[in-house]
Design a protein around this ligand. Sequence first.
Ligand code: NAD
Length: 424
Amino acid sequence: MVKNDPFANATKQVNDACDILDIKDKGLREYLATPNRVLRVKIPVKMDNGKIRVFIGFRSQHNNDRGPYKGGIRYFNPEGGVEYMEREVMALSSWMTWKCAIVDVPLGGGKGGIYVNPKTEKLSEGELERLTRGFAYKISEVIGPGKDVPAPDVYTTGREMTQIMDTFSKLNGNVYSPGVITGKPISMGGSLARNVATGLGAAYCVREAAKALKINLKGAKVVLQGFGNASTFAGEYLEKMGSKIIAASDSKGSIIDPKGIKVSKLIEYKQKTGSVVGFPGSKKISTEDLLTTQCDILVPGALENQIDAKIAKNLKCKIIAEAANGPTLPEADPIIYDKKILVIPDILANSGGVCISYLEWVQNNMGYYWSFDEVANKMESNITRGFKDSYDMSKKHKIDMRKAAMALAVQRVVEAFNQKGIWP
Ligand code: NAD
């Protein structure tokens, strides 16, 4: 048994959703919670010093009732070791199933990776490529455009995705197969708008939430925790919708300027100085002060476990858009719900990434490529519907949006499962 088992947490969420949907069948609950397959592979690599090193990799395929498995490949070494990583990818593959179902893209859930930290271990480019291609070879039988479509994740980039695509294509009689993987560079069949996808998706969610709560986005005050890929683009698009960013943060600290901070100016400043701290006209504040600033929209877009019960009691926002994964602790959820703050859960708020991954796969499969606006508009309609369906579910069952989004997702997977039945 691993400590703080993430897969136990994922299983609990599935069971909670089954309670809401009145699914009593224990077998069906087990079916929904458990991955269809967890592949564990050994990857021997000849290192630059001539010695052989054996790496361990995983691919967890949770559910494909609605379409091919979809989810990232990470190169990471969590503190709990290899056994913990196995449980972690199982949990993450489960969350991918639900994330795809909420925004109704016809894909299932997968996740995988290699137990390695390429940054701290300083693997050379050659070692990293041999490792990536070795892993691609070992999982090649279970991936494919109609089977399982991986994507980048922690410490993997378009370069690794290209190498996996190339290895897969060569193993399959040199059939050009860009649809085997997403997150590729544009020149290798990647999609426009992928770089802004998560932030843009979060901004669309906020717009829908503001409509539901009758909050005018013009002049609405926004606080961004983090100023990386997800939060910067969320800020930029919310600004385009008329909102005013009043506070932001990064790993070096948090700043506030009630008069408003122009996102493009803050990007420029951060590029020059390496941090948002010291931005002209702003004042430095603590993380707690940032999170509890009086505002309309709070976007936790950096790290997990940021909003605990104490912070939750002091929150002074109307909407929380979880651009980051897992920023709110379970203990905080009921407090936030009682305060009538609308939480757009991570599984919905940051689903813009998987929506555009899906659209990349569609473009690859048809061999025809859309403009930035075409991709963004298609993503917008998936996200808008995902928000509306989750919101309706929350009203129907009088539950918070996190529980509602999960229940909606489980309901959609059960519908697909019931159509297909069990065979053989
Ligand atoms: P990123 O590395 O681009 O940005 C992370 C930001 O967080 C940086 O600005 C960093 O300085 C800041 N940060 C780090 N420690 C901090 C601290 N203690 N306080 C405040 N800020 C801190 O990463 P990202 O891709 O934007 O991912 C951020 C979150 O969004 C993660 O939880 C990730 O899982 C989630 N997410 C991202 C995507 C995506 O497509 N980028 C998709 C889904 C989910």
